[in-house]
Ligand binder design. Structure first.
Ligand SMILES: C[C@H](O)[C@H](O)[C@H]1CNC2=NC(N)=NC(=O)C2=N1
Length: 114
């Protein structure tokens, strides 16, 4: 099945153009979210946990006081597959979401996750 095929470095680079904060690093695609502190770090971890469970595909997480590092690879395929690209894209959209300019919601302006 196509979603189990290991992607080449060139294919990965092409997909990462759409989520440019993600990098290929030693066989993983990775992203560091900087947070204003530990409570937000845990919110990030929980949001990612929910996505991972819904997807039945799971990243490694490294949590610090004000950072969450996310690492994805497909263990069963021993490489990066479309499962990793799709979950990274979903994580990026979920963590990066904020109400738009025309929204009724004000949203948090400062001290948020980057
Ligand atoms: C049965 C279950 O779906 C598999 O073991 C899944 C669970 N989550 C997984 N996550 C990741 N990153 N790689 C896998 O190979 C993997 N396998």
């Amino acid at each position: 099945m196509a979603d189990k095929e290991v992607l080449t470095e060139e294919q990965i680079a092409e997909h990462l153009k759409k989520i440019p904060e993600w990098k290929l690093q030693e066989g993983w695609i990775t992203r560091v979210y900087k947070t204003p502190g530990f409570p937000h770090t845990l919110l990030v971890a929980n949001t990612i946990g929910y996505m991972a469970e819904a997807a039945d595909h799971h990243p490694d997480l490294e949590l610090g006081y004000a950072r969450a590092k996310v690492k994805l690879q497909t263990h069963s395929a021993k490489g990066i597959t479309m499962k990793d690209i799709e979950l990274a894209t979903q994580i990026e959209h979920s963590i990066g979401w904020k109400p738009g300019e025309d929204s009724a919601l004000e949203g948090k302006s400062k001290n948020w996750v980057k």
